[in-house]
Design a protein around this ligand. Structure first.
Ligand code: FAD
Ligand code: NAG
Ligand code: NAG
Ligand code: NAG
Length: 414
């Protein structure tokens, strides 16, 4: 066995399936961390889309940097903080909790970790991807665009064979490799091929309805700046507000109940009208600007979204050459959207462990050890948020009292 860190990677054919945030950040990180004097690694990226297409055009992401486990740390290590900053709004990362009539009940104010300029940054998914792509272009990776992976299998030789369908020509081909990085998102085909019983998402007990609202006159106070959660007074209704820029805000209204079917965009005018009146009815206890925001929803952004998740599991010792990163490995639900944070951190951590350890076994063990707890922590936290946000009866009173005590203590400190 080679004893220099990372040498076990030499001469391994590496295929990364999925050129999303996780896949791009992984290739960029591996290129950056790989010792220049070592032989070049052979990396192929297989991506379903075309280079400049982005199906998540209107998606704004919050990247967090309140601890070393969050996405901005990976961005900093990749040396991309300045580039990201040009395209993003800095944000305190504060989370407000408001009552139905907009009294501030509680506030969480994270501090930026280390030398980060802010505890959160908001950036368009499209811009983040473009910046990562620029960095990957510096590496010597081979791209296979418009190539959808349909399946993967282990050959008797021990190698892994990926089946690829060319989107333009509809032809099928295969690509063999020795290390397969599954970065193909929540509906991972690699996952379906190797862990057929591990593809289901679990319902976390609440459904969100919402959309993105455009208010050309500016965002109303107090939702103009900070991410926040509005609670009813024990009726079990919760609304999350995410301001994107000075005129655009995302909203998501939720109650607990049986799982509903996911519906994203593509609402007919009648369905959209139904969604809006359901929101106004369900959130009738919420004072203005709730109604104004709902009324200003862009119909093309409407959604019904059950909170669904999948916890990560340790890599199978018999399958260490198929490694899952980002949404392919785990999914956090819509009450704690940190999937991009986790995808970027996964990518950096995996690349780092591969370069630092002396065997695949050691690298994957070290990767699982950091990657799994952070996702479980986020999922646990989302469950607490679901419980808290939709609390009723005695539970609501307990939370309300707890927040009042906290406020009193904060006032005393001042
Ligand atoms: C509305 C919404 C808001 C969100 N907000 C936030 C937020 O504020 N902060 C945050 O941290 N996270 C947020 N997330 C989550 C975040 O977007 C995802 O967790 C993140 O994009 C996951 O990155 P990924 O690279 O693992 O997967 P993806 O982004 O899904 O990328 C997968 C890539 O693989 C490609 N691909 C898929 N299947 C195949 C195949 N079979 N063959 C070849 N290529 C394939 C896709 O084209 C894509 O490029 C949000 C998500 C949603 C839906
Ligand atoms: C890039 O990879 C090719 C083989 O895929 C190799 O011939 C070439 O030398 C590499 N370039 C650099 C700069 O290492
Ligand atoms: C929002 O910002 C844009 C660009 O910075 C500016 O053109 C616009 O007038 C602003 N809108 C409001 C309501 O302040
Ligand atoms: C793998 O590398 C990491 C980082 O250097 C280290 O902490 C860990 O102990 C290593 N694992 C093994 C089994 O050597």
């Amino acid at each position: 066995m080679a004893t220099k860190p990372g040498q076990f990677l030499v001469a391994k054919r590496i295929v990364v399936v999925g050129g999303g945030l996780a896949g791009l950040a992984f290739v960029a990180a591996l290129h950056q961390l790989w010792t220049p004097s070592s032989p070049q690694l052979e990396i192929t990226i297989v991506e379903r889309d075309y280079p400049e297409s982005d199906t998540q055009e209107d998606l704004h992401l919050s990247l967090h940097g309140g601890s070393q486990d969050e996405g901005l740390l990976a961005i900093q290590k990749l040396g991309l903080l300045d580039k990201i900053r040009e395209h993003s709004a800095l944000n305190s990362g504060a989370i407000r909790v408001w009552s139905d009539n907009w009294k501030q009940l509680a506030s969480i104010d994270p501090k930026p970790y280390g030398t980060l300029p802010a505890a959160a940054m908001r950036i368009k998914h499209h811009d983040l991807k473009r910046i990562l792509l620029g960095r990957v272009k510096d590496s010597n990776a081979t791209w296979r665009w418009a190539s959808t992976c349909t399946a993967a299998e282990r050959l008797s030789s021990g190698a892994i064979r990926v089946t690829i369908s060319d989107t333009t020509t509809q032809t099928t081909s295969t690509q063999d490799c020795d290390l397969l990085i599954a970065a193909d998102g929540a509906n991972s085909k690699i996952r379906a091929s190797f862990i057929p019983h591990g593809t289901e998402l679990e319902y976390a007990g609440a459904n969100q309805i919402g959309g993105i609202s455009r208010l050309p006159g500016g965002l109303p106070h107090p939702v103009h700046e900070d991410y926040g959660l509005q609670m009813s007074s024990g009726e079990g209704v919760c609304c999350i507000y995410t301001p994107f820029d000075n005129e655009t805000i995302g909203w998501a209204l939720s109650v607990k109940g049986p799982e509903r079917g996911t519906k994203l965009k593509k609402f007919t005018p009648a369905e959209f009208a139904d969604l809006k009146s359901e929101a106004l009815r369900t959130g009738s206890m919420f004072g203005e600007p709730f109604k104004t925001i709902v009324e200003a929803t862009d119909p093309t952004t409407a959604f019904i979204r059950p909170a669904k998740e999948r916890r990560p599991s340790p890599h199978d010792p018999k399958l260490l050459d198929v490694v899952f990163i980002g949404d392919a490995g785990h999914v956090t639900n819509c009450f704690e959207y940190v999937g991009a944070d986790c995808a970027l951190k996964d990518a950096w951590d995996l690349a780092e462990q591969l370069c630092r350890n002396i065997s695949m076994e050691a690298a994957i063990a070290a990767y699982d050890k950091v990657s799994i707890p952070r996702v479980n922590h986020a999922i646990d936290w989302s469950h607490e948020r679901i419980r808290f946000g939709h609390s009723t009866g005695l539970m609501w009173k307990v939370y309300k009292h707890g927040m009042a005590v906290q406020r009193a203590m904060a006032r005393k400190k001042e």
